[in-house]
Design a protein around this ligand. Structure first.
Ligand SMILES: [Zn+2]
Length: 75
């Protein structure tokens, strides 16, 4: 896949000024689903690894599996 910016998504999903790590991870997970202009890397990738979150495993729709891996529930 070529690098493609989903401008529409970016317009609707602007990062807040001082995002928490949770907000950043949530943003990047959503971002990875909708756009491929940048990778998850650096501190965020590290933090996600620590929490055993992987974008491919992560699913907001998986209600059959109330996973403790999902730190974004309730935000
Ligand atoms: Zn993007």
């Amino acid at each position: 896949m070529s690098t493609k910016i989903n401008k529409e998504w970016h317009e609707k999903n602007k990062m807040t000024k001082n995002p928490t790590m949770e907000q950043r991870m949530a943003w990047h997970i959503e971002h990875a689903k909708n756009c491929s202009c940048r990778k998850i890397e650096g501190k965020i990738a590290e933090e996600m690894r620590k929490r055993e979150i992987s974008v491919s495993l992560f699913s907001f729709n998986n209600t059959n599996n109330p996973s403790p891996l999902n730190p974004f529930v309730g935000i």
